[in-house]
Design a binder for this molecule. Sequence first.
Ligand code: ADP
Ligand code: ZN
Ligand code: ZN
Length: 766
Amino acid sequence: MFASVVLDIPTRSISTAFDYVVPANLESSCKVGTTVLVTFSGRAAVGYVIALVQHAPAGVPAGKIKPIERVLTDSAFDEKSVELAWWMCEEYAAPLSDCLRLFIAPGQSMRVHRENASSPWELICEATGAVDDRWIELSSTAQEFIPRKNAARQRAVLAALTSGSLRMSELNATIVGASSAVRTLEAKGVVRIFTKRRVRGYANTTLSSAQAAQPEQLTRGQQDALAAINAACKSGRGDVVLVDGVTGSGKTEVYLAAIQKVREQGKGALVLVPEISLTAQTVGRFRSRFGDDVAVLHSRLSAGERFDQWDMVRQGQAHVVVGARSALFAPLRNVGLIIIDEEHESSYKQDSSPRYHAREVAARLAQLCECALVLGSATPSLESLARTQHGTHAGVSWVRSSMNERPGTAVLPRVQIVDMTQQFGAGNRSIFSEPLVSALHDAVSHGEKAVLMLNRRGFANFLMCRECGCVPTCPHCSTSLTYHERTHELMCHSCGRTWPVRAFPDPSTKCPSCGSRYLAQFGVGTQRVEDELAMLLGPDVDIIRMDADTTKGKGAHQRLLEQFDASPCAVLIGTQMIAKGLDFPDVTLVGVINADTTLKLPDFRAAERTYNLLEQVAGRAGRGSKPGRVIVQTYWASHPAIQAVLAHDRRLFLEPELLDRKEANYPPYTRLSNVVVWGKNERAVKQTVANFAAVLREEVHDMDNWHVLGPAPCVKAKVKDRFRWHILVKSPVTSNPGSVLSTCAAQIGPKLGINMALDIDAYDLL
Ligand code: ADP
Ligand code: ZN
Ligand code: ZN
């Protein structure tokens, strides 16, 4: 037998598989999906088996083929996964080994390493395994056993076991000397010791909304969506259904019902949720319907927890995988349905190699598995909307199923826009506008809850000189520095450097550019909102702050939400992280402190992102029986994204936005890829990026509708002392930029000290 092996050697050019002989003693263990040790150009190397064949590969004398040295792991993936990895490798111009690595067991790291050029190569294996617990139970003859009078410990152990079997560690924790008593009892045949796999990674929650009681009846919209999903499942071509449902319309219920159907046919389901909304609440809803058939995979789990969840899927013990984008690569056999919730989220794009988009990979996987792909969102991406309008994409059908209403008596909240320039003109210098203050008082006096969102992405919380307009930026990264009020520091969020600073009205304040003393805070932080809110509302209202600082610890996120849930009267203040997925029926007020900071980002998706964010956060209000209201504070009230939220009418935003996109030749009318080159030596970076642009222009000069822009310095022109330049590439929707760009990269070849990223369908353009 012969194995086709992809080597895990970090070189962009090695994207081919090599053939090895499988020695007779390894034939039973060497399967597709195993990690193996081989010899490659005179040294040891680690690789992945992607195929097995009976006949010697053509063109090479059988005696010349080297053997597989060792099989290092069990199989982690199958032939279908290999096919998907090949597709990703070509589509995203990424090394095949990077694509295969997505499939291997969590916690596994096998590599060959040597200290220096003269020391030997050594295999370094890191892997996470399963943990077995020792359990104790009474044997069938325990009844007849009477311990001796002075055997107090034995008696205590037996008493503890009468209500059922217990873990040895629990017995040890409660009874001194339990181990020796258990040993004696086991020798007498009174108790039995057995081992049981411990599954790490379960977190229970007290959140009331984590329960998903089955509704008595599905809404009309839900029934229609389910019918569309069933039709797509039946076709078995990988058809796509976009569930375009307003916030609170019951999309989760549609997913649950669709999964149930698939499970009845003995198949499994993959459910992708943005990392940030993969909370206990979301997981709880799936667990309350499917119990232990659910495995959860995300990056906040420890390696051990992730391994256990992953292994449950591999062993066929769990058939519903709920996870972040990487859950696409879980070892689920017989996939019957793939669901991507909040499909518009930019976190579905991976920002390191392979730079894939989960939506595209899922569409491909659905084709390979002959199942359906369901995309859900209240604010679908313009790309998905365009495909459903067209009806087909890449040979499969794309349909849109809309759900415009919330179930029962719940209605969409009333939205009010407050123009902050008018507030300022009228002498209100507070963070909170007049209408927001009165709405907050109103809500708390009725014992209701409120959510306040502070838009932190963009140019929030920096210092600006009111005289010359200068904003201090990091000399190493050219990004605006963030002001930290409590520590009197300016911080760069690209490289982490800090500088002490005094802001207005401190007498020692000095603008770094003109020396003025009016260097003052612009934008506010969550801490300041918290402080001012506490003054406004007094001590009887709980204020819970959720931001990067308060959610650092493990489980902190969940604890804060549970606190908010349990409080009789509370305000939750948070950054973007509170905009999504929260379902608290007693929230009646949502306030947005600063709606427009994201509108100012130099990115063609800025308006789309702002609209999505506002529509999502507005959707947190009025999900229960009481109607909700939303107050949006802004300095740019006339912007279509803001007006569309006001009217709950997406078209107000979509129509002008699509015109702009078409005119400027941006997605969804084109594919936009970004080639980024960075390094410490600015001249070398500029030279390389210029070469790349020249090669690329030569490559595409006779192709229709290809446009090469740049090279130009990136918006973040310098990060961690590395100069960054980029080239933007626009190509037709049906084109394959991955293959064109990798051809160019191969012509340039690797350059010492220069890094290059080929970002196909780029989302991060800064
Ligand atoms: P979305 O994901 O679209 O924002 P959810 O799935 O969170 O909406 O549903 C919003 C609320 O409506 C939830 O509390 C859910 O239990 C409830 N719900 C969903 N479907 C129904 C139904 N058919 N009848 C009654 N309540 C429902
Ligand atoms: Zn100044
Ligand atoms: Zn910096």
